[in-house]
Design a protein around this ligand. Structure first.
Ligand SMILES: [Zn+2]
Length: 410
């Protein structure tokens, strides 16, 4: 980062930092770098900020003076004097200056959170989504945003996420759970909500939230694998969330895997109609084994009766043999996927998340065994972190997208 771009006084008068009006013009260059660093990492002494961003002391003072005058940055209580004898006054940011709405859409439900600028959830709400048509969803999201704004006048932007493919933070290209193709959702929502609105794939949004406000903070590389209605992968490399050339990075739901043996029923020939398949009819992809629905379908075959996902995990944890085999089979597939990620990215950490993530704990031994089979013998043991998951995490991810776009001044 260079110190080549100044933040002129004109920017301030234009309301870049005019929080009363709620507007925020783009911060450019070093001013943006300063604000982002403090937003993500918290209060920092001036000397540390200058060193991290490659700025001289006078440059940092010049850049932060208008940010402090406008109230965007604030000074915290001094730390103890350092070696030089002068107290170092940390710069921080008021996380409550701006609030954000995050919305996660599923096939039949809508989840909403309001967060502060550091992704802390201030309020949450969910409701049925009776009609998944774009027009009905736009109407429903508009109503929940209006309700949030009626209670909170600091809401600045909205993020919406879906399971599926999103592009340019504006379009839903393909959302199989909703039956959508090429819906310009951001445009459809910006006018009725009166707020800048952004659209993103749900896993990539969750990755953004982890990168800025979660266990991925401060890491240059990590992978986030989610288990739930689908199987997802988010990637951070060189300090950035990867989107890919076609906004398709991490689309691993149909990644071919080696069908684990033993499976709950004798391994059928690939043409056997009774064999497990994904929604595209594959017998040998991750989605045929690893989604919540796939695991529940395998449980019916193995136990001869319907068993809910969480009940199956509980049975397996208690040593029920058929349940244990179902879980171990899915966990083997999870381990194969993780091994592939380790081989390609060599991330510092692999985070495991999603509403079905408990599989990674109950089936931990099978996950570990599949990883060991799939990576180079000299590879160091990976750092896997199984996160406790609440469904609101998905909506918080959506809010993180809005926070990011707002902070970047888009
Ligand atoms: Zn498939």
């Amino acid at each position: 980062m260079t110190d080549s771009h100044d933040l002129g006084q004109g920017d301030l008068e234009h309301g870049a930092l005019g929080q009363a009006g709620g507007s925020w013009s783009p911060l450019a260059g070093s001013a943006q770098a300063v604000v982002l660093d403090i937003l993500v990492h918290g209060a920092r002494p001036r000397t540390e900020l200058a060193a991290r961003l490659g700025l001289s002391g006078p440059s940092l003072t010049r850049i932060t003076k208008p940010l402090l005058e406008s109230g965007l940055l604030v000074e915290r209580a001094s730390l103890a004097p350092s070696g030089s004898g002068r107290p170092s006054v940390p710069l921080d940011l008021d996380p409550d200056a701006h609030h954000f709405v995050g919305v996660k859409l599923t096939r039949d439900r809508l989840f909403v959170v309001v967060t502060d600028q550091r992704g802390r959830v201030l309020g949450e709400h969910d409701e049925p989504l009776p009609d998944p048509s774009p027009a009905a969803v736009v109407g429903q999201v508009t109503a929940v945003v209006a309700a949030a704004r009626a209670r909170d006048d600091r809401i600045r932007a909205v993020g919406v996420t879906v399971g599926g493919q999103a592009g340019d933070r504006a379009h839903v290209r393909h959302a199989p759970f909703l039956g959508w193709d090429d819906v310009p959702l951001a445009d459809l929502l910006t006018a009725p909500t009166g707020l800048p609105t952004w659209v993103e794939n749900d896993v990539r949004a969750l990755t953004q939230a982890e990168h800025w406000f979660g266990e991925g903070r401060g890491l240059r590389s990590f992978a986030l694998v989610t288990i739930g209605a689908g199987v997802g992968l988010g990637l951070v490399a060189a300090g950035e969330v990867l989107g890919g050339a076609h906004s398709s990075a991490g689309r691993i739901g149909h990644q071919r895997i080696v069908v684990p043996v033993p499976v709950p029923v004798p391994v059928p020939a690939p043409t056997d109609a009774s064999a497990p398949t994904c929604d595209l009819g594959h017998h040998d992809c991750a989605g045929a084994f690893l989604t919540v629905a796939a695991v529940e379908a395998a449980a019916v075959r193995a136990l001869g009766r319907p068993v809910a996902y969480d009940d199956l995990l509980a049975l397996a944890a208690d040593g029920h043999e058929a349940a244990r085999v179902v879980v171990a089979t899915a966990a083997d597939v999870l381990g194969q996927l993780i091994a592939g990620v380790l081989n390609v990215l060599d991330p510092e950490v692999v985070l495991l998340s999603g509403e079905g993530v408990r599989l990674a704990t109950v089936g931990g031994a099978a996950v570990d065994a599949a990883i060991e089979r799939g990576v180079h013998p000299t590879a160091p043991p990976p750092r896997l972190l199984v996160q406790e998951f609440h469904f609101d995490e998905w909506a918080r991810g959506a809010a993180a997208v809005a926070i990011q776009m707002h902070a970047l001044g888009r």
